[in-house]
Design a protein around this ligand. Structure first.
Ligand code: MN
Length: 228
């Protein structure tokens, strides 16, 4: 018998490559505008802005190459291909030098965005939540352990229906993975199970029902989903 008055939520989790074990997800933090060319395409100045964050609920995850339902209330669903960092040990006020010791692993992910709702929120000074944190908005591939992954470089690419739409390199992150972890840990205490989506390169665009999204981060892995 449980003391909960309704059924407790299922723990969201990301599969681990080559294993039956899973990574339980606590929170999903996302970095805004972390590649210069994407900041420019969104109308921002990439040179002066410190990192900023928004979040998605853990149950926005879509894993195991499952389909992503086209969300309600939007006519402009955009893809944002990103490297995702999985935090394995807790910490606050983490130094840049210690940051990578807190990483359990990495995966490829998509920060799916209702761009029309986000743009309206920007215009009116309202929160981004309904543009970013909606159901099924975080497709992710399998995690690989941090050992052997160098998050300072490597190709990041997204194909839509076989055609490359986003292509860049992790070396072009304005704020590197250790810098993001350190900076974020000065705002919240990071905990095991936290995921950090590190930002998207240029080339974001709208997708339609039926489109197949196939993303890749060199040395990390893939993320695949079909919009239905
Ligand atoms: Mn993003």
């Amino acid at each position: 018998m449980s003391d909960y008055v309704v059924a407790p939520p299922v723990i969201a989790a990301v599969p681990i490559k080559g294993s039956r074990q899973m990574f339980p997800v606590r929170r999903i933090f996302c970095v805004g505008r972390n590649y210069a060319e994407h900041a420019i395409e969104m109308g921002s100045d990439p040179t002066r802005e410190p990192p900023f964050y928004f979040a998605k609920p853990a149950d926005a995850l879509v894993v195991n190459d499952a389909d992503m339902p086209y969300p309600p209330a939007s006519k402009s669903l955009h893809h944002e291909m990103e490297l995702v960092v999985a935090i394995g040990s807790a910490g606050a006020d983490i130094s840049v030098g210690d940051a990578l010791e807190h990483v359990w692993g990495y995966c490829a992910g998509l920060d799916m965005t209702r761009r029309d709702l986000q743009n309206e929120a920007k215009k009116t000074g309202r929160p981004w939540d309904m543009g970013k944190g909606f159901d099924h908005s975080a497709p992710m591939g399998a995690l690989v352990p941090a050992k052997g992954v160098d998050p300072s470089k490597g190709k990041i690419e997204l194909k839509v229906n076989g055609r490359v739409t986003q292509t860049s390199d992790l070396s072009k992150l304005i704020w590197s993975v250790p810098e993001v972890i350190s900076n974020l840990s000065h705002l919240v205490r990071l905990a095991p199970g936290d995921l950090i989506m590190t930002g998207t390169p240029e080339g974001v665009a709208a997708v339609q029902r039926g489109d197949l999204l196939d993303g890749f981060v060199e040395g990390v892995g893939t993320v695949t989903t079909r919009i239905v």
